[in-house]
Design a protein around this ligand. Structure first.
Ligand code: HEC
Length: 114
């Protein structure tokens, strides 16, 4: 009888441990958003400096109204501003290792499109 109780206790502990570990598997930031983790890492090291808090009036990440207004001038014009810089936005956004496609993914992410 005592043996059965012990087995039940171990089994229920295992169940609890399993229940706790499953959310961790999906807790990777933005894992479901579709942005490549390597691009996300570059974004965190450069763009995030200004685009999280809106430093010097940088459009904030996840401010769809502001991003829609800016993206209305067309992809080429926006990309040119990122690559050459505009006002307080530094050329390449301080990301020397970023490719054009990285910028496109970062902009889509900040605008809430992916
Ligand atoms: C030093 C601060 C700073 C950093 C770092 C920075 N930005 Fe910016 N960004 C700004 C500011 C300020 C503006 C607003 C410029 C303006 O319109 O006057 C801006 C504007 C933009 C715009 C809108 C341009 C437009 O045409 O309206 C895009 C897109 C953008 N940034 C992308 C990026 C990306 C991608 C990175 C990282 C690779 C980055 N920024 C890094 C400050 C920064």
């Amino acid at each position: 009888m005592q043996h059965t109780a012990k087995t039940l206790l171990i089994l229920s502990l295992l169940l609890v441990a399993n229940a706790c570990s499953s959310p961790q598997a999906t807790s990777q930031p933005f894992a479901s958003s579709g942005i490549d983790p390597a691009v996300m890492a570059k974004w965190s090291r450069s763009c995030a400096l200004c685009h999280v808090d809106g430093v010097a009036d940088a459009p904030r990440v996840g401010d769809p109204t502001e991003w829609r207004r800016r993206l209305a001038k067309g992809e080429d014009a926006v990309l040119r501003n990122v690559i050459e810089g505009v006002n307080a936005m530094p050329p390449l956004g301080y990301c020397m290792a970023c490719e054009r496609d990285d910028f496109r993914a970062m902009i889509a992410f900040m605008a809430g499109a992916n």
